[in-house]
Design a protein around this ligand. Structure first.
Ligand code: ATP
Length: 341
């Protein structure tokens, strides 16, 4: 179990982690979610004693990491898959880690087998692909057979088979009663893997709850209904006080009612239905809604940003597509000369 209490980290005037309290229970996979820069890696580094908290504390199995007698046997972590000596072979990388924690050599072979790297064990890590590096990092985390495991973006670079493998591995580790704490930006993957969620935004805990409750509390289900009598159905639902909005695929999106109510209303009015589906919100929708105010780094949407050089001639003011001349983009040489380019 991991327990954080008032855990805080400040870098100068930047508060990366702001007095957070949370518990990562054993026997379940806990997802650690948050937008870029939310404080996930900083929190994980503090759990592993790689960063010292400015205030508060975090313990693993009741002790601070630095006070664990045999850390590798209690906590395994994958934070940065590239954090290894590139000239060392996968085998030797694991061998020195095992030796430093008095783990037997045979454990190195076991974890290499487990992560599927046995055939390349004697090859230097610098030649490894991103996915192979992730597998080696996971092997390091598993080396001491620890009860607590932390993975920062573990599926990064893995192929579909690798993603399925790590998903099943994490579930299996949790089913064995271990504590599994995993961060990821892949919401669809997290929805399939985690049962519990800790969500952080701008250094503060936004949610600490089970997956179903999180989705239910932060999203709205709707019903998708399709009928050859589209207009009649829409009028009927609107008359019933339901908001029925036409979708571009020809269906109606109805909020605030379940399938039974809509089906009964349509049946009583003699309206044929070709589809009546309850659409449950996804983790992604719930996450986006909850963290909308916590996103620090927004990407510009092409065509939606204000141009640095607004159109000068013959164009209405305001935003618009790039102009052939005098519009957005690098300044043009009016002579059309190639000189100086
Ligand atoms: N060593 C450091 N010095 C100064 N600021 C830092 C340092 N490490 C992290 N930060 C800042 O702390 C905040 C939290 O960063 P952190 O890496 O923990 O976020 P994150 O949730 O892991 O983000 P991402 O999803 O992008 O990996 C960011 O604003 C970051 O710039």
């Amino acid at each position: 179990m991991i327990v954080a209490q008032g855990l805080t980290k400040r870098y100068g005037d930047k508060t990366a982690v702001d007095s957070v309290d949370f518990t990562v229970p054993s026997g379940t996979v806990t997802g650690f979610l948050g937008p870029n820069g939310a404080g996930k890696s900083t929190t994980m580094r503090m759990i592993l004693g790689l960063d010292r908290p400015t205030a508060g504390q975090v313990t693993v199995n009741g002790k601070q990491y630095a006070k664990l007698a045999a850390p590798l046997r209690e906590v395994g972590a994958l934070l940065d898959a590239k954090a290894m000596h590139g000239g060392r072979t996968a085998y030797n990388h694991l061998r020195w880690m095992a030796a430093s924690n008095r783990l037997p050599k045979r454990r190195v072979d076991e974890v290499l087998d487990l992560v599927g790297l046995a055939q390349v064990a004697k090859k230097p890590a610098k030649g490894f692909s991103l996915g192979m590096g992730q597998r080696l990092g996971i092997a390091s985390a598993l080396l001491g057979d620890p009860g607590v495991l932390m993975f920062d973006e573990p599926v990064n670079g893995l192929d579909p088979e690798g993603i399925l493998w790590i998903r099943n591995l994490m579930k299996q580790l949790a089913a064995e009663g271990r504590t599994v704490f995993v961060s990821s930006h892949l919401m669809s993957e997290m929805a399939l893997t985690a049962e519990h969620l800790v969500v952080i935004g701008r250094g503060r805990i936004l949610a600490d709850t089970d997956m179903r409750t999180f989705i239910d509390q932060n999203s709205t289900n709707h019903v998708r209904v399709r009928s050859p009598q589209h207009e009649a159905l829409r009028d009927l639902l609107n008359a019933e006080g339901l908001k029925a909005a036409a979708e571009s695929d020809g269906s109606l999106r109805v909020e605030g009612a379940d399938t039974v109510r809509i089906g009964n209303a349509a049946g009583q009015a003699g309206i044929w239905l070709h589809e009546l589906t309850l659409v449950q919100s996804s983790l992604e929708e719930a996450f986006m809604k909850l963290t909308a105010d916590s996103v620090e780094y927004h990407a510009g949407v092409p065509g939606l940003h204000e141009p640095a050089h607004p159109p000068q001639t013959g164009a209405a003011p305001g935003w618009g597509p790039p102009q052939a001349a005098g519009g957005w983009g690098p300044p043009q040489d009016p002579s059309g000369s190639e000189a100086g380019r």
